[in-house]
Ligand binder design. Structure first.
Ligand SMILES: C[S@@+](CC[C@H](N)C(=O)[O-])C[C@H]1O[C@@H](n2cnc3c(N)ncnc32)[C@H](O)[C@@H]1O
Length: 172
């Protein structure tokens, strides 16, 4: 399985990771890929763990990395969870190799929904999520009903708009 090379979505999220990470944060980078978000957070706090389902992504200098399908192999809780998920609707022509990093399910938002369902149990008090998503993934208000949503960034591209939002669970 190839590793997702950083693209415009990665760079947009990276800007927010730089702004939002605090020196005291314990951070989890979900779907770390090349490790771009984990490495950016690591410049601010050394307490960073990276996760990916793809075993090829597990070699990031200095940063503890775990192979896991979302939170299946994660027991701990975090102050900041970062996720640039696979968010595109299924395309039968997309090769399996790249689909792992790009396809979020039939509608595009299924992986984000599973992630958000599990993420609540892995957030410390006042913990927050930095989530990248696209106009192609569907309306975030519908996908993240259990969360307060603060949109931090928006960027227009040829086929889509990209967004970064800060999410905090409504029930915490
Ligand atoms: C769009 S890429 C983002 C990579 C990197 N974080 C970035 O910002 O460039 C999505 C990443 O999520 C990983 N991924 C896909 N499904 C996953 C799952 N169920 N659990 C954990 N990681 C997953 C992919 O292998 C890929 O590395």
């Amino acid at each position: 399985m190839s590793i997702y090379e950083p693209r415009e979505d990665s760079y947009l999220l990276q800007k927010l990771v730089k702004l939002e990470t605090k020196t005291t944060d314990k951070v989890l980078d979900m779907g770390t890929g090349s490790g771009i978000q984990a490495k950016t957070a690591y410049e601010i706090t050394k307490d960073v763990k990276a996760v990916d389902i793809n075993p090829e992504c597990l070699n990031i200098n200095n940063i503890k990395t775990i192979q896991s399908d979302l939170f299946n192999n994660i027991q701990e809780s975090y102050d900041l969870i970062i996720f640039n998920p696979p968010y595109l609707p299924e395309d039968p022509n997309e090769p399996k190799d790249s689909a792992l990093a790009t396809t979020g399910g039939k509608e595009g938002h299924e992986i984000i929904q599973s992630f958000l369902k599990q993420a609540k149990q892995h957030l410390n008090k006042n913990g927050r999520i930095l989530l990248l998503y696209s106009s192609l993934s569907g309306k975030i208000e519908k996908i993240a009903k259990d969360y307060n949503i603060e949109q931090l960034a928006e960027e227009s591209h040829f086929m889509e708009k990209l967004y970064v939002s800060k999410l905090t669970p409504k029930s915490l």
